[in-house]
Design a protein around this ligand. Structure first.
Ligand SMILES: Nc1nc2c(ncn2[C@@H]2O[C@H](COP(=O)(O)OP(=O)(O)OP(=O)(O)O)[C@@H](O)[C@H]2O)c(=O)[nH]1
Length: 678
């Protein structure tokens, strides 16, 4: 079963100390730290001249549309295949150096320059990569400067991104020319992003709407003194049609996060379902049985299907989000098994952020339900978190009912308490289904119950049928691309990989994407969904993307891959509507918090208390309140220490939600209502 790596990539300073692993994965098996990995793994981009550093010291360069033919300044030479390396009479050593230089040049230039030009340049400069790159870029630049219509431009903090004019896009009605600040990589700092609160589908000041006098779709921007142009080819394909063509005949994909108090039996339940459905071989199960027996943890043998690391197995708790999949009659279900322990809530938030629906597991054993629900356990916090993160369909597995001899009274007692609470948390009664079951015995999981005590009073659906009955949310494939990154790791080939969920739009192999908030262009070299290679991925998919053209050091967990034309807003200050759950001291102006936004965790302050609202009606109760207590609803301004990518909730729901945590406790959830120009 695939395992998310995200737990190892984030800064959890509020909960416990992590090594400096932010933004990078370590494979479980290799036990290498990122710095070791960096030391020993070949990285094509290392020692390579940063393109932005180069651009900083050079005049501007106009990149070409992808379909444009490169007018080589070395006439007579064709692409590499036709050159024939043998005709160059190189020694073995020279040939190897040439190939290495070509690889590095390709990393910087992509396919925009024919191989023959690259080869010629490398040979002219005696295999000196930097000199060859300088020459090629200068030639390209002077060629571009000779072009009619487009004005030569000066050194650049600003980039205009322009869609190829001759193509008709069906993906967006917004104008296509936008401008953004580009920070030289060499400086390694992110600053100067501009965001305004426009009313369009994207609220960034980098969005077309904000870019007057820059033109409407298809027109040429009038670059100012600090501008260069990057052309981005827009897709001709109707995204909805592409989605139907690709996925029409497949079962719907449904992502389900499994939540609940520690030891409620989440992993055992999911492990048992996977075994009963034949997703785990008898041989593997037998191995788990033997090995778990050896360390005195036989009762965890089903949990081992999802708890894969040695530490999880020895400690008997889930720490990372485990992933697995199975099929129901109508759906392909991807499970995200979240940890229940309070220390790992940030991982649980990451899992919940990727889910369409949730399965809340509660332990029916006498005293255990109470400690998970009433005595500060995670049942309440998890349910509140998933609801705040946008999940509105919930199945509740009243688990371990075997320990109560399938008592109907116990089942009724638990459902009554939970129903009242879940309603308060914002779940509709009709969207919540309760299922009595036992993960350990397999009762009422994938087929109707056989236990006589249970049959006496229960004739509802088994857990698998409840999962099959969930509605799959609509996938916003026609909106501009947004993919939130929850992992960054070295792949096996060139470039590196990022993993995450596509919130909006479509991602095709070969697409140019903007890595935000650093706003660097990258190219999608490869895509895989659930470990299967694919040419296209859609909103709702969890994907691994191989990127090139950007340095791995400049990409982190919590970043967003954005449509280069309709960009995700980047800001350090935004307005949010908060629901305060649980604060020990009232929130006042300047209150420090940690913001959790998708997989990003960032320090922030509540800098302004703007209004206190009525919890039920949303009406204004008080302007500029002096403090906010538990259960209050308020409009506040939040300032983040570093620029982050957010959307207004009404534009992109998934990127318009934030969770606020202090000292390991979730104190509030918020919806982004406005984004400021900072
Ligand atoms: N009697 C009984 N025991 C169960 C059942 N399900 C799980 N258990 C036991 O409960 C313990 C915890 O099970 P896990 O599956 O690890 O619980 P979990 O919720 O995944 O734990 P975390 O992920 O660490 O929060 C194990 O000893 C299981 O054998 C059940 O249906 N009946």
């Amino acid at each position: 079963m695939a395992r998310h790596r995200n737990v190892r990539n984030r800064s959890y300073s509020d909960d416990y100390d992590y090594d400096d692993l932010y933004g990078h994965s370590v494979e479980d098996e290799s036990c290498l730290s990122p710095s070791d990995t960096e030391q020993w793994m070949y990285d094509r981009s290392r020692n390579q001249q940063a393109i932005s550093a180069f651009l900083d010291s050079q005049n501007d360069i106009q990149e070409e549309a992808e379909d444009e033919v490169y007018d080589a300044s070395h006439p007579g030479l064709e692409r590499r295949d036709s050159v024939g390396l043998r005709s160059l009479n190189l020694s073995e050593d020279e040939e190897a150096r040439l190939m290495s230089c070509l690889d590095e040049l390709r990393n910087v230039l992509g396919d925009s320059v024919p191989d023959n030009v690259l080869i010629q340049s490398v040979i002219n400069h005696k295999f000196d990569f930097n000199k060859a790159l300088d020459e090629i870029l200068n030639n390209k630049q002077s060629k571009d400067c000779d072009r009619p219509k487009e004005e030569p431009v000066k050194p650049l903090p600003t980039v205009h991104i322009e869609a190829a004019k001759d193509l008709v896009s069906t993906t967006s009605k917004a104008p296509i020319v936008i401008s953004t600040n580009l920070e030289p990589k060499a400086k390694g700092v992110v600053k100067g992003f501009k965001v305004s609160s426009s009313d369009g589908s994207s609220s960034s000041s980098q969005t077309p709407r904000d870019q007057s006098p820059i033109a409407e779709r298809g027109s040429t921007p009038k670059p100012d003194d600090d501008t260069r142009i990057v052309k981005v080819k827009e897709s001709k394909v109707d995204p909805k049609k592409q989605y139907t063509d690709e996925r029409g005949s497949e079962k719907d994909h449904l992502y389900i996060v499994v939540i609940g108090h520690v030891d409620a039996g989440k992993s055992t339940l999911m492990g048992r379902i996977l075994c009963d459905l034949g997703e785990v071989s008898q041989r593997t199960l037998h191995k788990y049985e033997q090995e778990s027996k050896k360390i005195g943890k036989q009762s965890f043998m089903y949990a081992w299907v999802l708890d894969e690391t040695g530490e999880e197995r020895v400690r008997g708790i889930t720490m990372d989000v485990g992933r697995a999949q199975f099929e129901t009659k109508t759906k392909k279900v991807i499970i995200l098994d979240a940890p229940g322990h309070a220390d790992f809530i940030p991982n649980m938030i990451t899992g919940a952020g990727q889910a369409d629906v949730a399965l809340l597991v509660v332990d029916a054993t006498t005293g255990e339900f109470e400690s998970g629900f009433e005595l500060g356990g995670q049942t309440r916090e998890h349910a509140l978190l998933v609801r705040s993160l946008g999940v509105n369909q919930l199945a509740v597995a009243v688990n371990k009912l075997d320990t109560t001899n399938w008592s109907q009274e116990r089942f009724n007692e638990i459902t009554k308490k939970l129903k009242a609470f879940l309603k308060q948390a914002g779940f509709k009664d009709s969207d919540v289904t309760f299922v009595p079951c036992s993960g350990l015995t397999g009762e009422n999981l994938i087929k109707p119950p056989s236990e006589s005590e249970l049959l006496k009073w229960y004739n509802g659906p088994c857990l698998l049928d409840v999962i099959d009955n969930f509605n799959v949310p609509e996938r916003p494939v026609s909106k501009p691309l947004r993919m939130s990154i929850n992992d960054v790791f070295k792949g096996t080939g060139s470039g590196f990989c990022v993993a995450g969920r596509i919130e909006n739009g479509i991602l095709n192999k070969g697409d140019k994407v903007l890595v935000c908030p650093t706003k660097e262009m990258a190219e999608v070299r490869g895509l895989s969904i659930n470990d299967m290679s694919s040419n296209v991925a859609f909103a709702g998919d969890q994907v691994s993307v191989t990127l090139s053209g950007v340095d791995i050091q400049n990409v982190s967990v919590g970043y967003i891959l954005s449509d280069p034309v309709q960009q995700v807003p980047v800001t350090t200050r935004f307005e949010a509507r908060l629901v305060v759950f649980n604060v020990k001291v009232p929130i006042t102006k300047g209150f420090p918090v940690l913001i959790h936004h998708q997989s990003l965790v960032e320090s922030a302050n509540i800098v302004k208390l703007k209004a206190l609202l009525n919890k039920s009606t949303g009406e204004l109760v008080k302007k500029k309140p002096r403090c906010l207590g538990n259960n209050s609803v308020a409009v506040v301004d939040i300032e983040v220490c570093r620029p982050i990518c957010v959307e207004r909730y009404k534009d992109v729901k998934e990127l318009g939600r934030v969770m606020l945590r202090v000292s390991g406790v979730t104190i509030a959830a918020g919806l982004v209502t406005d984004i400021y120009n900072t």
